[in-house]
Design a protein around this ligand. Structure first.
Ligand code: GNR
Ligand code: NI
Length: 176
């Protein structure tokens, strides 16, 4: 297994649209294992393939307290979303340190394929419903900050670019 590099906002590759998975082979199994390891190490409750620069419809989620309930969603589709909404304070491994409220349907019914290509459906609410929608957005090239006001988004963008510059400078300094 290996840890994967997580792209950081505002990286243009986060806006690429993922293509459906068509081949269920050992390469896919390794990618799933590496994504799960990367998510647990971060730590995060979900990770979309787009975040590790793989533009295929694949995401891993574990919203359990113990971190022992890994769910793999391939080619996910929302079958139904509730009229009722919930506002959740979201974060993202691609936008570290930033949390803000996002309103989404409170409950969703989702159909997807598992790692072996077998279809399954889940009825989700609470954090799982939030996470499924957050990860599916990534697959469509959307990052949660795009739901915030342009003012907030621009501040976040500036903060992320500043941190990126500082990290590059620190790295150069370390090798001199
Ligand atoms: O780890 C994560 N936590 C989280 C918290 C609230 C709403 C969504 C999330 S998903 C995030 C991991 C991530 O960035 N997935 O794309
Ligand atoms: Ni995210």
């Amino acid at each position: 297994m290996s840890l994967l590099n997580i792209l950081r906002y505002p990286d243009a590759r986060l806006h690429k649209i993922a293509k459906p998975v068509t081949v269920f082979d050992t390469r896919l199994k390794k990618l799933i294992a590496d994504m799960a390891e990367t998510m647990y190490e971060a730590p995060g409750v979900g990770l979309a393939a787009s975040q590790v620069d793989v533009h295929e419809q694949l995401m891993v989620i574990d919203t359990s307290d113990a971190g022992n309930d890994l769910r793999v969603f391939i080619n996910p589709q929302i079958l139904w979303a509730s009229e009722e909404k919930q506002i959740y304070d979201e974060g993202c491994l691609s936008v570290p340190g930033v949390y803000d409220g996002v309103e989404r349907p409170a409950r969703v019914k989702v159909r997807a394929l598992d790692a072996d290509g077998n279809p399954f459906e889940v009825d989700a609410d609470g954090l799982l419903a939030v996470c499924i929608q957050h990860e599916m957005d990534h697959l469509m090239g959307k990052v949660f900050v795009e739901y915030l006001s342009p003012l907030k988004r621009n501040r976040i963008k500036a903060k992320m670019l500043k941190e990126e510059r500082e990290q590059k400078r620190d790295k150069q300094y370390a090798t001199r």
